[in-house]
Design a protein around this ligand. Structure first.
Ligand SMILES: [Zn+2]
Length: 109
């Protein structure tokens, strides 16, 4: 790893859990990632930890690629949150999220 990597701000995650999830996504694509702001939870005490946003910085050279990953991540989040559906990989039927097998062809989700 090049020690001269420059980091550029990418995103604010809603909480530490999300930050680590995104870090995992980015690093699986070979993008160096650092989190900041997590330490703020120490000493704040009265605030729930998940109120605190965690900043994510990535290798400046990979910033554009990282933005694409974030954009896909947000799209998936929206689909999952708003529609509560999944699409069958076998027959392309739309299923409610709580169906574990496709109503049409019985393929597992
Ligand atoms: Zn199906």
């Amino acid at each position: 790893m090049n020690s001269l990597v420059e980091f550029k701000h990418l995103y604010f995650a809603a909480n530490s859990t999300e930050a680590h999830l995104i870090k995992g996504l980015l690093e699986s694509d070979g993008i160096s990632t650092i989190l900041f702001g997590e330490d703020l939870s120490i000493g704040v005490g009265e605030l729930p930890v998940d109120v605190l946003q965690v900043g994510i910085k990535v290798d400046k050279k990979k910033h554009v690629k990282a933005l694409e990953i974030i954009s896909n991540y947000e799209k998936n989040n929206e689909i999952n949150d708003k529609k509560h559906i999944w699409t069958c990989t076998n027959c392309n039927s739309i299923n409610p999220k709580n169906f574990e097998i496709c109503w049409s062809c019985q393929t597992e989700s």
